[in-house]
Ligand binder design. Structure first.
Ligand code: SAM
Length: 617
């Protein structure tokens, strides 16, 4: 206060106010001939006050501007809704929810406020885009606006939604199918039932979890996820509605809907439990009804390896699965009917593989391969040649291809190289019928063995494990041929790539052969053989290629190979590492969608089958 100023003396106007007028009414009168056309620039604000009522009016106006427009502004400027999201939102807005409930078609009374709103949905989409989770778990789906947003966020993401109401699964399925979003549907699985009952049925790990079902069960969901090891080491849990209408931090005196209080209290207790949890850290964000992002602390992750390694083994982590371009019909790098390599490798990731084989030299673009592997979180596992090793004039070219392949394998850390003898007309014609099939004369056989040794030496010099893969319709197919080759080739130079499908096609039992040669089998190729097609081929004396186009190679678990017995034998022997799933396919078809999606769908089923088996052991 200036010296000598008397606090009780009249001061006149308080300098410092910036108000031009005493009240809004006077401002309106001063600015416009029509008092209904108020110039907002002249209205009082919380600071440009003159008397108390003007100050309060200013405060309310300022608050209302700031608060009521914030969400609308954010939503109107957040534009990331894709085709599938739009289809879901539009169908949701046109669904007569009150009628559906009146007719008891759905389990609960719904409204569009049940759905993740556009702002939060596009936030989820961007989070998925950034974090590139391979598997996402959603608890509580409603019409799937959030699930679809996450599926749109990354073509490599697969989402499993737990939802109690069958009506909603049906609703979303027909919505996406009508909108033509079949690719997206392939990556989405909806498990029906109460979430706490569905959780124990899940297998594997999730990189992201979105919790959004019964608010009273949030703590039980997160406890279950952590206890069962479902959260991957780098994974996050996102919880919706953690500010639940303000109930967790407001006094119950202000409850607008007292019936909601018990959910509000449950969310409050959950938030506190996470805050106090020694192994968790979280950030709470006031987006819409509040979201929290939770992860395990670095310390708890450091302390975990022993436990998670054990859990991993019992959770099926001992078996890793890789895909091969041959499942998309790619046997030769430059065949005109080949699908685009980058689409194939992306679909491998979608199918649930964590690795890929290189396939024929030249098919994968090695300039872009590194970034694709990184982006899709895939390992490069093995390379192969499919060549006429019995023909001396081919050897030089085969050696060159082997060197090129090994350079790429080495660059990306792959460990295996597989020599596959090419099919020959004499044996193609008798595939699967040992009695009818000719054998290679001794002299030519010896030459073929020497050629394999030459190739194997090149591979070994690169520090890569070289393996021989007996193949139906080739000169190394049947039991006598396979055993002879294994005797003729030094075990420290050439290992055995046991292919369960080719083994079965040739009349051998792959479980027996695995047990017999286990010391020489660090990596495998897994196929299955449809017994009906096999029988038909034997009856009509069909060729190897008749068998392939006739669908002799089928989804794993649907054929002759006894996979439970094989995996038991593998686990018992301490096998740990990669096996490549293959399902040879004829891609010479006009349907481009089928060319990509049929192998992807089969792969997905085979991966799921083996993952479930491996986890149960
Ligand atoms: C808020 S909505 C989920 C919104 C959704 N996450 C989205 O992105 O739009 C909650 C959903 O959880 C489901 N739900 C409620 N209790 C459940 C339970 N115990 N188990 C599974 N789902 C449940 C409801 O049927 C409802 O569809």
């Amino acid at each position: 206060m200036p010296q000598g100023q008397d606090t009780s003396s009249y001061t006149g106007r308080f300098d410092g106010t910036h108000s031009k007028h005493a009240s809004p009414a006077m401002a309106a009168m001063a600015e416009s001939a029509n008092p209904n056309e108020i110039n907002v620039g002249m209205l009082p604000t919380s600071t440009k006050w003159s008397v108390l009522s003007s100050r309060m009016e200013g405060l309310v106006a300022e608050l209302s501007e700031m608060v009521s427009k914030q969400d609308a502004y954010c939503i109107s400027h957040s534009r990331a809704e894709g085709k599938a999201m739009r289809a879901v939102r539009e169908k949701m807005l046109s669904t007569p929810w009150a009628d559906e409930w009146d007719q008891r078609r759905c389990m609960f009374s719904y409204g569009e406020e049940m759905s993740t709103d556009p702002l939060e949905a596009v936030l989820l989409k961007q989070l998925v885009f950034m974090a590139k989770p391979r598997r996402v778990l959603e608890i509580g789906m409603f019409v799937g606006y959030g699930a679809v947003a996450m599926l749109e966020g990354s073509p490599a993401a697969r989402v499993v939604s737990l939802e109690i109401d069958p009506y909603l699964k049906e609703w979303l399925g027909s919505c996406l199918s009508d909108a033509g979003c079949t690719d997206l549907m392939q990556r989405h699985e909806v498990l029906l039932g109460p979430a706490l009952e569905s959780l124990p049925k899940l297998t594997g790990e999730f990189d992201m979890v979105f919790v959004d079902a019964n608010k009273a069960e949030y703590k039980a969901y997160v406890e279950g996820i952590l206890a069962r090891g479902f959260l991957a080491a780098g994974g996050v849990i996102i919880c919706d509605n953690i500010l639940y209408n303000g109930y967790p931090y407001m006094h119950s005196h202000f409850d607008a809907q007292p019936a909601r209080r018990h959910f509000g209290d449950a969310v409050r207790d959950f938030n506190q439990w996470v805050t106090d949890h020694p192994d968790l850290e979280q950030v709470m964000l006031p987006v819409r009804d509040g979201i929290s992002i939770i992860r395990r602390t670095e310390d708890s992750l450091q302390a975990q390896p022993e436990v998670s390694a054990k859990e991993g083994i019992s959770g099926g982590e001992w078996l890793k699965l890789s895909g091969h371009p041959c499942s998309w019909g790619v046997d030769y790098a430059d065949h005109p009917s080949n699908p685009a390599w980058d689409k194939v490798i992306s679909l491998m990731s979608v199918a649930g593989y964590t690795g890929t084989d290189l396939g024929p030299v030249g098919y994968y673009d090695t300039e872009r391969l590194g970034s694709m592997l990184n982006g899709l979180k895939l390992d490069l596992v093995a390379g192969n040649i499919f060549e006429k090793l019995h023909e001396p004039d081919q050897l030089q070219a085969i050696i060159e291809k082997t060197k090129t392949s090994c350079t790429t394998l080495k660059k990306f850390g792959a460990k295996f190289f597989v020599i596959v003898p090419h099919t020959v007309p004499e044996k193609e014609a008798t595939a699967g019928r040992s009695q009818d099939a000719p054998r290679l004369p001794d002299e030519k056989w010896d030459y073929m063995m020497s050629a394999i040794r030459e190739v194997a030496k090149v591979v070994k010099s690169q520090g890569i494990c070289c393996m021989l893969h007996p193949h139906a319709g080739s000169w190394i197919e049947y039991e006598d041929e396979m055993e002879r080759a294994l005797k003729d080739l030094p075990a420290d130079l050439v290992s055995l790539c046991l292919d369960t499908g080719h083994c079965t096609y040739a009349g051998m039992d792959p479980v027996e052969k695995f047990k017999k040669h286990v010391a020489r089998i660090p990596y495998m190729q897994l196929k299955d053989i449809d017994p009906v097609v096999l029988k038909r081929m034997q009856d009509i004396k069909g060729s190897f290629w008749d068998g392939v186009t006739g669908g002799i190679f089928c989804v794993l678990g649907k054929g002759k190979v006894d996979y439970p017995a094989l995996l038991r034998a593998m686990k018992a022997s301490g096998f740990s590492g990669y096996a490549t799933i293959e399902q040879d396919f004829d891609n010479k078809i006009d349907d481009e969608e089928k060319k990509l999606m049929y192998p992807a769908t089969c792969s997905m089923q085979s991966v799921k089958y083996l993952r479930d088996l491996a986890s149960a052991m």
